[in-house]
Structure formats: C-alpha cells, structure tokens
Design a protein around this ligand. Sequence first.
Ligand code: BDR
Ligand code: CA
Length: 305
Amino acid sequence: MRWIIDTDAGVDDAIAIGMACAHARGAAHTLLALTTVAGNVSLEKVNVNVGAVLDVFESDVLFFSGCAAPLVAPPQRAEDFHGADGLGDAGLSRTARRPQPEHAALALARLAERYAGEVGIITIGPLTNLALACHLSPRLPQHVRRLVVMGGAWQGFGNQTPAAEFNIAADPEAARIVFEHFDHIILLPWETALEQMMPFETLEHIAAQATPRARFFAAMTRVANTWRERLGWQGVPLPDPMAVAVALNPELIAASFFARVLVDLSGDVARGFTAMDRRTAHPNAQVVTLVNAPLAWQMIRDAWH
Ligand code: BDR
Ligand code: CA
C-alpha cells in the first residue's frame, strides 16, 4: 500500500509522521507523500513542522501544501495544546525544505488516480483537503483502497467542544463531504486515544535515548507536562500515531463496530458532533474503540529511538 498522510502538524502528528517514515519502507507499505492543512497551527507553520520532521528522519518524501482555511467555518487553532509553533515551542520549527508547487488537494486527486487501487490515505488533521479533492475528482473514493481518519467522538465526548472532536470541529462541512463520499473508512475517534494513553514512563524512556530523533522527541513532548498539570492526565493521548499504527497494521484493532457516521452541521452545541448510526445497513466506517496499545507504543519506540 502507498500511503499519503494529510496532516496539521502538531506534536502527535509529528510523532505519527516519524512512525510512517520509519515503518512504511518495505514491500507492503511505502510513504508516498504528505499533504498539509491548517488546523492545530497555521498552514505556514504546519509546512515548516512537516519539513522539520522529514529532516530529522532524513526522508526524501515530498510534501504538498494545502488549504489555509476551512471550507466554510472560521479557523480554529490548538496552539494552547501544541504550542504557538505547533511543536511544543522547543525551537524545533525550522527547515530549509519547501512544499511542492502543486496544491495538496490536486496532489491527492492525481496520486490517487495514478496509483488507483493501491493508495491509502491517513488524515490526521481537518478534512479540508480531502473534501476538496473529492469535489475535484469524483472518482477519488473508488481509487483509494483504504482511508483512515483520525477524528470524531464515538461516545460524544468531544475535546474541542463538549460534543465535537477537533479535526471534525475545525471543518465540519469538509468532514460531512468526506463521510458522504467514502463508505470504507477506518475511524480512530478521540476517546479511543483518551482511554488508552501512553504512560509517561514510556514517553520518558524514548526521550532519554541519545539520538537526534529521540532528542527531537524529547523536546517536542516536553509540552505534555502542561497537559498533565492542566488536565490531570496520567499519560499522553496519541490519536494521530494510533491512526498510523492501525493503518500500517490493522491487526492492532482490538475492538470496533461498523456504523454510518453522520456529521452535524447545525450552528448550535452539536456542530461537528459525529453521530454513529449502528442501525444502518449501509455503514461508511469501521469505528475503532480499542487498540493494542503496547504494540502501538512499540512502533513509536522503534521509530523514534
Ligand atoms: C486531533 O486534534 C489535534 O490537536 C491532534 O493532532 C489530533 O489530530 C485530536 O482531537
Ligand atoms: Ca493532527
């Protein structure tokens, strides 16, 4: 499978991209490209962060810059969480790399057509680029063999609003388009990461290694201490790395159900809420509720040592 990761990098995005750089290098999986979208931080910052992660992994994977704003909604950021620069304000956000001239949505459509039937997409940011690509290329869903989406809240326990998870809340119209176009999504919702956090000891173990990658990891994850203090978390939720882990190894899915995921677009408290219709005969997603977390942490350890 040739994977494209669409990202709003972000600390956990950076960990996830590193995992893909390290693990998608064999006959079974390769990393075809990265596409970027505004979300956790501005598009400009996301592009720098993606370049910085590719630098530390010495990867030659190309990246394409995408949408700087949601389709309809006003922009929302998560800088209080990921740091003003998106990588924990640890001085890591610098690179000489630049994105390719082609827009991310066009690149998604082109690459999916070029590698039809063997391309997989992992979205770990707002769904703006993919929604646009669906409209640019109506056959896109048929070309994509697997779509893994980190987003939504299967128990209705949001993080951006009481009802909505960030990647959906940041661009609900785009999410609606994507969930209406694809019928074979693997969905990694917020609560799955929240209920299986990476223990701080594991984080510290990776951070203690004396390699350039581990030093990068240590610096960007220092911000997790503020999450511990502010939110009382006993570990670190890593939704984007979990999405990459199940994409590369679906056997890590320990529990799931099939549902038709519907995105609420009302302007009130439920905007961005992902209703999970399990009564349907026409599911569009396999919703992952439990992951083999120790194996996912092992993949992170192996990538970032
Ligand atoms: C999602 O929002 C972002 O802050 C994270 O990177 C992840 O993609 C979790 O709600
Ligand atoms: Ca993200």
